[in-house]
Design a protein around this ligand. Sequence first.
Ligand SMILES: [Zn+2]
Length: 322
Amino acid sequence: MRYIIGIDVGGTNIVAGTVAEDGSEILGVLSEPTKAEEGPDAVVGRIVELARASMAESGRGRDVAGVGIGSPGPLNTTTGVVLLTPNLGWVNMPLRDRVAGALGLPGTLDNDANCAVFGEWWRGAARGAKHVVGLTIGTGIGGGIVLNGDIYRGASDIAGEIGHMTIDSTGRRCKCGNYGCLEAYASGPAIAARAVEGIEAGADSTLPRLVGGDLRKVTAQVVYDAAHEGDEFALEVVRDTAKFLGAGVANIINIFNPEVVVICGGVTQAGDKLFVPLLSEVKRRAFKPAVDVCRILPGELPGTAGVWGAAAVFIKRTWGLK
Ligand SMILES: [Zn+2]
């Protein structure tokens, strides 16, 4: 059996794992802080070390035949160059060749959210589906589109930027410079920001007490915790999040008519409090024959979807996926 190193390069952490070609197992899953502030050379060094450590821990080092890398973009999957990542501070960074060259292996590079959704399609919640669209919700909102079992990348590798779908043309400002992007409402920091705004406007909530009175410490996680404890205002923030996501998912369903929409990231911890109102919003907005065939599911591979997917991209490109 051949094995592939999958690497998920994130703004906060790098995760690596050694993945069997047939998808039967992932071994030696390891993680390290990215520490992007130390510059690209240091980050590449850490990626290479982590890949070697994963190979060693997996005990399959001699069977490793390639490396698949997922990175924030925009990037060029043909040249393997990351064009620009504000989070990591990279411009025109030849990430694929630098990592693959140091490891002495062939490599592939793809967008991190594409990889996460491809991983969920290959080995996670969307297994067996033909058409899948996914969202990865964290600091931002990434997206990926899998059509007929392959990632749909568009004409210049930009397709799937679902977080930057406009859901309110005169709405909140997004980090991308546009107004009213889904990400500006439903990413982790956006959920926290909406909660803080509500409290500052006088909402009655246990949230201030949960953060010792320091509203800067309100995170999306704190909001979910308060919602689970029955805090009415936190529940309202979660319900609003579901409405915004529901509008985005309804757009996706009307455009792609997928069998599965998979939602990955911390937001899924809100459980039914998110998914029930999300589904009713989707039903309200999207065409019934499309809603009827679509399952909206939380991701099943938290922490490793991007690693599975990065490896799958390599396998698909090199030998084809079985
Ligand atoms: Zn945006």
